[in-house]
Design a protein around this ligand. Structure first.
Ligand code: EPZ
Length: 420
């Protein structure tokens, strides 16, 4: 397993260009199953997760090509079965369920199982499918969904932690190719849901309200091929902005969307970090001494849970007490014990992490546990004195395209060490 070897203490300087959004690309790639015509998806980040999704599409019978960030998919004839081995490795693959149900009126998919940040149930996905007229059976760890036809329907998709992003995506895709009108209440408002709706509408779907808590879909009998460019990755953008601030550097972030990051930019401003907009670019640097802030993760447009770990690394450097409360996932503090190995003083109290910031960090061996925790450890390692080795960075390769190369271009002393 590969590791990153980082020599900390170097302020990042220069320009970095943001890649396409992993969390927009995955459901959009799944949506290509809704038509027998070819689709071309551009600005797809080259990640293990996106490569894996292309493999899943091929295993279902589609032909696919992934070259220079463009994926061409032709799902002329497909089967409705995705086995355990395929689905368990990537939770995002659950979003093939909606397209398979709509196109074939049946889907047999392994339950995705949980992951390190939480149980990751799919009850709301299934509630949505049932509201569209599907019959759902769960046995042997598989979901069997069948529907004589997709009849449309109304549903409330809010769960214990608010809306579901992939649940909204799944139901929107299933409802697009069918009869009747579907109204999703408490729909997720994330930009990735809007991007998917735009792609589906380009295929001939009739979706209104995406980006708001109420999405209406008028089912159509056929969807055609389409071309689409994926939005930039707002979580990668936030990660690089925070890395620039944490190393006390000055970085121009290119190709990101500041309007997708209002909550993050607001909290960074409060922490005394300036993110100045120059056209479409964002120029990041500290305004002075870092200040502590309190953060609660919320559904969009609140502070994103996918930026909580990275922000914790920054706030470990801000003199004073910061409180980060995680309201979306039940165990998304795996990075805390690793940050403590770098000298951070953090206590967990229920859903909150109390950060006593301001002590300088010093390098150590640390273990990545999930995608965003890995990013947090890389940020902390670059801000720490001395050397840090971040192990198991395959977690990072799932969701960040060429992170080490991009950081090297900004002056970071980071190298990938091939693992055993
Ligand atoms: C998406 O996951 C993202 N993944 C996650 O990003 C992100 O953290 C999450 O949305 C929240 O923003 C992709 O888009 C591939 P949810 P998703 O369904 O859709 C509960 C990353 O780092 N819930 O919005 O799977 C669930 O337990 C990843 O890029 C139910 O209770 O998340 C959680 O508490 C990590 N029942 C909350 O809702 C359900 O049926 C939000 O989950 C579904 C979800």
């Amino acid at each position: 397993m590969d590791s990153f070897l980082i020599k900390g203490g170097v302020p990042l300087r220069g320009e970095v260009t943001i890649s396409g959004s992993k969390n927009a690309a995955l459901p959009i790639l799944a949506a290509t199953l809704l038509t027998a015509e070819p689709c071309i998806i551009r600005r797809v980040p080259d990640l293990s997760d996106t490569r894996y999704m292309v493999k899943i599409l091929e295993s279902l019978g589609a032909t696919a090509k992934f070259e220079d960030g463009t994926v061409t998919v032709h799902a002329k004839k497909i089967k409705g079965y995705a086995d355990y081995d395929l689905v368990r490795k990537m939770r995002g693959s659950i979003c093939i369920a909606g397209p398979l149900l709509a196109r074939l009126h049946k889907a047999r998919i392994s339950l995705p199982g949980g992951c390190i940040i939480g149980a990751r149930p799919i009850n709301l996905h299934l509630k949505g499918f049932a509201a569209l007229g599907a019959k759902i059976k769960i046995e042997g760890g598989y979901i069997d969904a069948t529907a004589k036809k997709i009849t449309g329907g109304s549903m409330f998709l809010g769960g214990r932690a608010g809306p579901t992003v992939l649940g909204t995506a799944n139901v929107m895709m299933a409802a697009s190719l069918g009869e009747g009108i579907t109204v999703i209440e408490s729909a997720a408002c994330e930009p990735e849901v809007v991007d998917l709706a735009n792609f589906l509408n380009a295929m001939g779907a009739q979706i209104t309200g995406a980006g708001s808590p109420t999405i209406t879909i008028q089912g159509v009998t056929k969807l055609h091929g389409a071309e689409h460019e994926v939005i930039p990755d707002r979580i990668e953008t936030a990660t690089f902005i925070i890395a620039a601030a944490a190393t006390n550097g000055e970085v121009t972030v290119k190709g990101g969307r500041a309007d997708h990051l209002r909550a993050v930019l607001d909290k960074l401003n409060e922490a005394n970090v300036s993110v100045e907009r120059k056209g479409a670019d964002m120029v990041v640097k500290r305004k002075g001494k870092l200040k502590p802030v309190d953060i609660t993760t919320l559904p969009y447009s609140g502070f994103p849970t996918d930026v909580q770990a990275q922000m914790m690394s920054l706030l470990a450097l801000a003199p004073g007490i910061s409180i980060l409360t995680e309201r979306i996932f039940e165990s998304r503090f795996m990075h805390v014990s690793e940050l403590a190995r770098l000298g951070a003083e953090i206590e967990i109290e229920g859903p909150s992490a109390i950060v006593k910031g301001g002590k300088p960090l010093s390098g150590a061996q640390v273990m990545a546990s999930d995608l965003r925790a890995s990013a947090a450890l890389v940020i902390a390692g670059m801000a720490a004195k001395g050397s840090t080795q971040v192990n198991r960075i395959y977690h990072l390769d799932r969701g960040y395209e060429k992170m080490d190369e991009k950081l090297k271009q900004l002056g970071a002393r980071i190298q990938r060490v091939e693992g055993s």
